[in-house]
Design a protein around this ligand. Structure first.
Ligand code: FAD
Ligand code: MLT
Ligand code: ZN
Length: 467
């Protein structure tokens, strides 16, 4: 097992890494390193002897070769927006920042892009749009999260129900494996049944098998007409039922996002944005909301309006008639992450449930949390049409795992998954066995041993320690 920084002279380590990437690209100054050692939420904080910033795949391969030779562990890092403590050096690992690999090229004829690991999702979306196409993965962290990070975590986001997660966009990757081999499959053939799907394997492997240096992704035609509406319901059960029904009654559905009254109230307080439906006389706190988006060739608003009119339980509807209003409605949803974080580092438990268990889960999980930690507060929101609920818990110390344990066991009892889209990281490792059999975990370990034989890549991530 590779070690972190213990036992090696920091000066020797820095000099040897600088010989590969240049002195300017080995950061050791605490002020410069600070943003790389703590995660976005502030829950996971580590330390590192150095942040290394290679410029291309050969430099990545050279840094990895040095780490293997010296037995030094490393943590690959993109935008550092991951939410499961997988991208920060909790055991003193070297941080390998991929942000300098920031080239992107759109193939307009194929409707594909080759994006290097450090390209942000926002930059990829803009490049696709400039080329007349659209990159369909979208998430609130778009201006920081990178192509490498989203491939490594198989990021989901706001339009999975229409376009699938990152893995569904992936046609191939270039990567440096833990064996030292650089593999490259960026030709972009739409159909290519020539053996193991290495891109699919690396996608979601959270930096434990290889370092993704570039990806070939499919693009989609930009939607011609988009409509957005905010629906208010009396309670969570009605809102969940409504969102699930829209998947059938509104074929143009591209997003359906759940918010509850207390989250909406917090967002309005923190952002200063006016609450929705202020004149309705209905109390904000007891309501539940679904943000609905439809994409169509024409009259998306008409299709959305017809489907909503048939939906039982809808108490109020706010329709965006222009892009500015659509952005305002989306803001209620996207601001949840920031607003909850303003209360202190939350425990972020991103889970999926079978459709039939979603409403009972949303109803019961606050009580499950309260039994585990009476002082905790539970916040629920998420990509409800995917069955994906973000259970955020505040008022619990970062290392107090009682609520995590209670919620994950409840999820498993209901047949759900402890990670819908954020990954396992270091945060969920102890509970991976709730979703994966011994046979699967053994297979994971064999893959890890084959592709990272020296155990230098993210040794603290994903795989639970052997009991
Ligand atoms: P990092 O955080 O840097 O790393 C994440 C993991 O990938 C780590 O394990 C790291 O070691 C590994 N890694 C990073 N780069 C590479 C590489 N090149 N090769 C190999 N391994 C690598 N996630 C969603 O799925 N859906 C959402 O809707 C969503 N919304 C978000 C909104 C906000 C405001 C925030 C802060 C986060 C959100 N996230 C969401 C989580 C996060 O943005 C994603 O997990 C994203 O994929 C992380 O990308 P990153 O570049 O920041 O990766
Ligand atoms: C989201 O859907 O907003 C993201 O997954 C981030 C979060 O869970 O806070
Ligand atoms: Zn999400």
């Amino acid at each position: 097992v590779a070690r972190g920084d213990e036992g090696r002279s920091p000066r020797a380590l820095t000099a040897e890494l600088a010989a590969i990437v240049g002195t300017d690209h080995v950061l050791t100054d605490p002020d410069l390193v600070a943003g790389y050692v703590v995660d976005w939420t502030g829950r996971f904080r580590g330390h590192t002897p150095a942040v290394v910033r290679p410029k291309d795949a050969p430099e990545v391969a050279a840094v990895l070769a040095w780490c293997r030779q010296e037995g030094v562990a490393l943590v690959p890092q993109g935008g550092n927006t991951g939410l499961v403590g997988g991208g920060v050096p909790l055991a003193g690992e070297v941080v390998l920042s991929l942000r300098r690999l920031d080239a992107v090229a759109v193939d307009q004829i194929a409707g594909q892009a080759t994006a290097h690991a450090g390209v942000t999702i926002g930059a990829l979306q803009r490049a696709a749009s400039d080329g007349g196409w659209s990159y369909p993965v979208d998430l609130g962290s778009r201006d920081s999260a990178t192509v490498g990070g989203t491939v490594a975590t198989n990021a989901g986001g706001l339009r999975v129900l229409r376009y699938g997660p990152t893995r569904a966009q992936l046609l191939g990757v270039e990567a440096v494996l833990g064996t030292g081999a650089t593999i490259s499959h960026l030709g972009g053939l739409q159909k290519d049944n020539t053996g193991y799907d290495l891109a699919g394997l690396l996608c979601g492997s959270e930096g434990t098998l290889g370092i993704v240096t570039a990806a070939r992704v499919r693009l989609v035609p930009p939607p011609r007409d988009v409509a957005v509406a905010l629906l208010a319901f009396d309670g969570a059960a009605d809102s969940v039922a409504g969102a699930l029904a829209l998947r059938r009654t509104l074929p143009a559905l591209s997003a359906a996002e759940l918010m509850l009254g207390d989250g909406m109230t917090l967002v309005c307080e923190v952002t200063g944005v006016a609450p929705p439906f202020a004149g309705s006389g209905r109390p904000l706190r007891s309501a539940a909301y679904v943000l609905v988006e439809a994409e169509a060739d024409e009259d998306a608003a008409g299709a959305l309006g017809d489907a909503v009119a048939q939906l039982p339980g809808v108490r109020d509807v706010a329709v965006a008639t222009d892009p500015r209003r659509a952005t305002e409605l989306w803001r209620y949803r996207e601001a949840h992450t920031q607003a909850i974080n303003s209360l202190g580092a939350p425990h972020k438990l991103d889970v999926t449930l079978p459709a039939a268990q979603l409403a009972p889960f949303v109803d019961e999980v606050p009580a499950v949390v309260a039994r585990a930690a009476p002082d905790a507060t539970t916040w629920l929101f998420g990509h409800i049409a995917d069955g994906n609920v973000h259970v955020n818990i505040t008022g619990v110390a970062p290392g107090d795992l009682r609520v995590d344990d209670a919620v994950f066991r409840f999820v498993a009892e209901l047949g759900g998954s402890i990670s819908a889209e954020h990954g396992i990281g270091t945060a969920k490792r102890p509970w991976l066995h709730l979703n994966r059999s011994q046979g699967e975990l053994d297979t994971f370990r064999r893959l890890k041993a084959a592709l990272d034989p020296d155990g230098v890549l993210n040794p603290g991530v994903l795989l639970p320690p052997l009991r």
